[in-house]
Structures are given as C-alpha cells and as structure tokens.
Ligand binder design. Sequence first.
Ligand SMILES: Cc1cc2nc3c(=O)[nH]c(=O)nc-3n(C[C@H](O)[C@H](O)[C@H](O)COP(=O)(O)OP(=O)(O)OC[C@H]3O[C@@H](n4cnc5c(N)ncnc54)[C@H](O)[C@@H]3O)c2cc1C
Length: 268
Amino acid sequence: MRDPMASARLPDTADVVVVGGGCMGTSTAWHLARRGLGVVLLEKSHVAAGATGHSGALVRQHYEARLGIRLARESLGFFRRFKEETGFSCDFRTTGFLSGTRERDLPAFEALVELLRSEGVRAERLTPSDARTMEPQLEVSDYAALVHDPDAGYADPIATAHGFAAVAVVEGAKLFDNHEVSSISTRAGRVVGVKIRGAGLLSAERVIIAAGNWTQDLAATVRARLPVRYVRGEVAILRRPVDFGAPPRIHFDFYGNTYSRPDGRRTP
Ligand SMILES: Cc1cc2nc3c(=O)[nH]c(=O)nc-3n(C[C@H](O)[C@H](O)[C@H](O)COP(=O)(O)OP(=O)(O)OC[C@H]3O[C@@H](n4cnc5c(N)ncnc54)[C@H](O)[C@@H]3O)c2cc1C
C-alpha cells in the first residue's frame, strides 16, 4: 500500500508522538487526531510490519473474565461498524466460533457459558452430535459439550491497521514509515521527545509507546521496566481438500492451544 505521508517533511514538534504502526499505534493516532491533537506516528518499518500483520485477527467474545468479555464486545461492535466509523474496510467476516470441553472440565465450562450469557453473548451450548451436524468436518469425539458463538469472526489485520492509519491522516495525523525511534528523551525527569535514528530529536511532551514486542526496549531508555512477556505464535496455512464443503467456523482448541479459521470465502 502507498505510504500516505511519503512526501511530508518531519516536523520538529508534536503534541503527541506515537511509536509503532501496528493496530494499537494506528488506532491511537486516529483517536487522538480526531480529538484535535497534533499527532506524529513513527514506524521503523511499515504499517502492520509487526504482530499485527501476522495476526489471525479473530474477534471473539469467548473470554473468561467479565472485563475481557466486555472489551471484546465493544471491539466486535467496532469491527462491524469499521467502515462507517473510519470510511475504510477492515474486511470483517462473521464465521461463528466453536470450542469444546472434556468431561472433567464440564463444571467450569457450564459456569463460563452462564457468564457469557449473563454478559449478553449469544453462547449456544451444543452436544457433540449437534456440533457434528453444524460442522461435519470437526473432530468432536474428545468433547463432552461445545459452545457456539455465532457472532465471532475475523478481520484482515493489515487492512485494519492501514484503515486506522489512513483515517488518522485524514484527521490530520502525520505518519512516517522507515523512522525508528532509538530512545525517549527526558529533561529534569520529564519526557521532552524522541530521538529518531538518523534524524535527531522530535520534541513532544507526550510519547505513546505502541511498539509491540519492542516496547520494553524503548521503555528501558527511560529506565522503566514493564511486565511484558512474549509468547511465540506459529502459523500454518493449509489448503482445504476439494470435497471439504463450506468454509468452517473458527474452532479454538483450548487443550492443544491452537485455533483454526478459514481464509477468504472461496472453497478451493
Ligand atoms: C501469529 C499471531 C496470531 C495472533 N492472533 C490473534 C487473534 O486471533 N486475535 C487477536 O485479538 N490477537 C491476535 N494476535 C495478537 C495481535 O496480533 C497483537 O496483540 C496485536 O497485533 C499487537 O498490536 P500492536 O500494535 O501492539 O503491536 P505490533 O503490531 O507488533 O506493532 C508494533 C509496531 O511498532 C514498530 N516498532 C517497534 N519498535 C519501534 C521503534 N523503536 N521505532 C518505530 N517503530 C517501532 C514495529 O515495526 C511494529 O510495526 C496474534 C498475534 C500473532 C503473532
């Protein structure tokens, strides 16, 4: 995608500097710019170069804490309205979400289904044979029961970040790819800006680090230690057999800590 600000000159000052052009940084830049702040977003590579561009981008409400469920519900609503809100598409697709429980975990499973329902999630409890009818290719012999959330789906994470970046620019933010922040600058204990590799100081009293896995490194330049832990995720892309049938729903296997989702609408 074309860099929307490729020809712009880097300003000397900003109200806020956002470091990182993933979904968090681009979204933050938009939200601040639409509130009238002068925002500069600096990305060391290109928009969505980090975890965002490699994400499965599932949007599900199936979480175990009320707070997580509520945040996910707000996010799901936003992803559905993404085009109306931003003017750009995030290509959100509703697929439905299935996950199952083994016999020994049934009490915790029932409690979770109750919690989801009490938060307004359309969590449908299924027997393995119901699930088999709904998703004929899913192996359910291990499960004593399953839950189905018909509203879950996935977005295109690259389109999401580019949508946020583009609408941030529409609202007046300035975005710069290939600009790496090497450190945060302070004077008398206060943030005064960021140092950009090869370009010197950009002055700002507010700096937002949305640098994903690199956040700790930048925070360390002002001696802040953050409790951020990395978890490596691996991705396999498989071609469905020609006689597979309709694209499957998202299936989350909490026992194997894996999930699967279709990619695109086409059957092969
Ligand atoms: C394989 C995989 C699958 C996932 N699946 C899901 C899922 O299904 N659902 C879900 O909700 N989440 C999922 N996630 C998690 C989700 O993708 C991340 O939580 C999210 O993308 C993080 O966004 P971010 O903007 O914080 O970080 P990133 O997308 O990592 O963005 C950080 C950006 O900062 C830039 N940067 C770093 N250092 C500097 C610097 N010094 N100067 C300038 N720029 C810098 C990087 O180049 C990068 O572009 C998945 C992640 C992975 C890896």
